[in-house]
Write a protein that binds this ligand. Structure first.
Ligand code: MV4
Length: 634
């Protein structure tokens, strides 16, 4: 085993890898950007090396600086985590050339799986089912159109260099093919510098079921499947293992196919074979097809760990250090059921806009695995993925595990940034999801219901008013000898001001609100500076205390400036000075965190100034568009 390894990553995955290294008695070296100097992964590691500026290209993507850090600290091996350099074959070559071990597959294996058409050919030759289609030797549009006819509509055009749905177009009839092809090629050329496409039969009602594989370069095993069908815009939201309703013969067939795939490339380390499954007629052993192979440890690996009892990072270190696979296939079995929910700093009702902010408070309930790279007081930086934590639960049955997930989400407390907790909770209670009726369209179909921002219940308002009364501190402040033992209190959330009364009588302190009298509710309440946070069912409601005697002028103009919510690239601007807009109208598109975000008008008004042009790189908080001052009636 290694004495010391370097982790070329940040956040929760860096913390996760450090934990296993420590368990095995292996020393850990963290690397960090300027934005991460005070972060959890740096604090947790035995040593840490600064490698550059906050932008990934100036730090976590700098292979040279990372290899230099490994040599300088005497680390023998580099674990890449996921993302960043994890699937970059040139980095693997550079690590090996420096006399270090890359904890992962060979550069050749990564290259073999990097292009969709080559990977499909390889898998087809190895006897792994692939989606019927055309692999695109001839890219002539007329030839591709003829191939689509042969396959039969509907078809899907996919960029060979693609991923995450970019350069992908569904075509339902021949008349639409030429336009769809041109736009898919255009998008692929921009995104990947490679406009080659392949054509596939379009699978209706697809499910995304992936197999965890593990190789030692000689042999390979699988660690069963994960179902990642609950996605939104190609972002996984909740994953589970095993897949609901998987027939045993289909599980056996998928496991064998995945092991054949791993053996075909002499795979070493942890990998995932992604299959697309046609679930239009239930799950059937002859309706799964190879999609792609991910040559890394995946974000959702903990659900596999939960059902198999295997520490996948331990296996990665042992295999990279030259040991054989720790278990044979017949020594691996599924125990119970596991779910993972991805907790993000994001504004769900605003269209899943990534959010930033300082975590005033972060706490998880006991008995739950929470993989996180942030602590109370840490900032969610605009530079990186806004994931706060992965919440993982395990139970004897799917129903038991789902109930645990629901409870874990309801009892998780996050204050200081808006999160997707309420959305995750709504999903965990979704009847279709509970019935195991998962497919990749579930979220989109029921989106309105799932994203509705929950309003604070009366007891939340009462709890906040109790906190505003500060009964522990100076309970009688504001009372006078000649007045009744009652005084007004006011709190504000957004534009909404709530006024109640505190009464101290023989039955103890009560809050009078909308004609009802409340005793102190049993809800968790936390005060930070001027704010009161009340937690109810996983939702954090934040209030500020306001002076109940002051005139409430809280609903002033919604502000004149549209600000950039994060650093990014302005892709388009839709308005000009002098143009009238209504609340909700599209003003501009910002590309950030690999996604496009539509910026909309916060209120009705007239555009006064457009401060940026399409193509501009902007900082978080930069003013992009100004509206004219609102005419406030006298
Ligand atoms: C498909 C498909 C239907 N038919 N291929 C999306 C991303 C990429 N990894 C593969 N994807 C799909 N490929 C054929 N032939 C539907 C999707 C798809 C999808 C797949 C898995 C999970 C979520 C998805 C959401 C939309 C489309």
């Amino acid at each position: 085993m290694f004495q010391k390894i370097l982790i070329a990553n940040r956040g929760e995955i860096a913390c996760r890898i450090i934990a296993t290294a420590r368990k095995l008695g292996v020393a850990s070296v963290a690397v960090y950007s300027e934005a991460d100097a005070d972060s959890a992964h740096v604090a947790l590691a035995d040593e840490a090396v600064a490698i550059g500026g906050p932008a990934p290209r100036d730090s976590y993507l700098r292979g040279d600086a990372i290899i230099a850090a490994a040599r300088h600290t005497g680390a023998q091996a580099i674990h890449p985590g996921y993302g960043f350099l994890s699937e970059n074959p040139d980095f693997v070559d550079a690590v090996t050339a420096a006399g270090l071990v890359f904890i992962g597959p060979s550069a050749d294996a990564i290259r073999a799986m990097g292009l969709k058409d080559a990977a499909k050919r390889l898998m087809d030759a190895a006897g792994v089912p692939v989606v019927p289609g055309y692999l695109g030797d001839n890219q002539d549009p007329a030839h591709l159109a003829a191939a689509a006819e042969t396959i039969g509509y509907p078809v899907l055009i996919k960029a060979v260099a693609g991923g995450g749905g970019k350069g992908m177009r569904k075509v339902t009839q021949p008349g639409d093919f030429a336009d769809a092809l041109a736009s898919a090629k255009g998008e692929a050329a921009t995104a990947f510098g490679n406009d080659a496409v392949l054509i596939e039969k379009y699978i209706e009602k697809p499910r995304h079921i992936e197999l965890q594989v593990f190789g030692d370069g000689q042999d390979a095993v699988h660690l069963f499947e994960r179902d990642c069908s609950l996605q939104r815009r190609h972002q996984k939201v909740i994953e589970e293992a095993p897949a609901p309703d998987m027939p045993p013969e289909m599980r056996a067939a998928m496991g064998e196919a995945a092991v054949r795939a791993a053996r075909a490339i002499g795979y070493k380390g942890a990998g995932t074979i992604e299959f697309i499954v046609d679930a239009s007629d239930g799950l059937r052993a002859d309706r799964f097809w190879f999609m792609e192979m991910n040559t890394r440890l995946q974000v959702e690996h903990p659900v596999t760990e939960a059902i198999t009892g295997v520490d996948l990072v331990e296996w990665q270190l042992r295999v990279a250090a030259g040991e054989a696979l720790p278990r044979r296939q017949d020594q691996l079995a599924i125990h119970g059921h596991a779910f993972e929910a991805r907790l993000y700093a994001e504004d769900v009702p605003a269209g899943f806009l990534p959010a930033t902010g300082r975590l005033a408070h972060l706490a998880f309930p006991p008995g739950v695995r929470a993989d996180t790279g942030v602590r109370s007081g840490d900032a969610i930086s605009p530079w990186y993925d806004p994931m706060i934590a992965k919440i993982i639960v395990h139970g004897p049955t799917r129903a038991a595990a789902l109930q645990q997930l629901s409870r874990a989400l309801a009892e998780t407390q996050v204050a200081g940034t808006t999160t997707n907790l309420a959305f995750l909770g709504a999903l965990a209670r979704h009847p279709g999801f509970a019935a195991g009726d998962v497919d990749t369209g579930l979220i989109e179909r029921d989106l309105a219901q799932l994203v509705a921002p929950p309003a604070p219940a009366q007891q939340v308002l009462a709890a906040a008013l109790f906190a505003a009364a500060d009964l522990q501190g100076r309970p009688l402040e504001g009372f006078s000898l000649w007045a009744p033992l009652e005084r007004p209190l006011a709190i504000q959330r957004g534009d909404a001001v709530t006024v109640g009364r505190l009464r101290i009588g023989t039955e103890g302190p009560r809050i009078l609100l909308d004609g009802e009298s409340h005793s102190a509710p049993r809800l968790a309440v936390i005060r930070t500076d001027a704010q009161i946070h009340v937690f109810d069912q996983g939702q954090c409601f934040t209030f500020t205390q306001v002076d109940p005697l002051a005139r409430t002028s809280s609903t002033g103009p919604a502000g004149n400036a549209t600000l950039s919510p994060m650093p990014g690239l302005v892709k388009a601007v839709f308005v000009q000075p002098g143009q009238a807009v209504q609340a909700g109208d599209r003003l501009a598109i910002l590309e950030a965190m690999k996604m496009e975000h539509t910026l909309t008008a916060a209120r009705d008004g007239m555009v006064a100034e457009v401060l940026v042009q399409s193509g501009a790189q902007v900082e978080a908080g930069a003013a992009l568009i100004l509206l004219e001052e609102e005419q406030v009636p006298a």
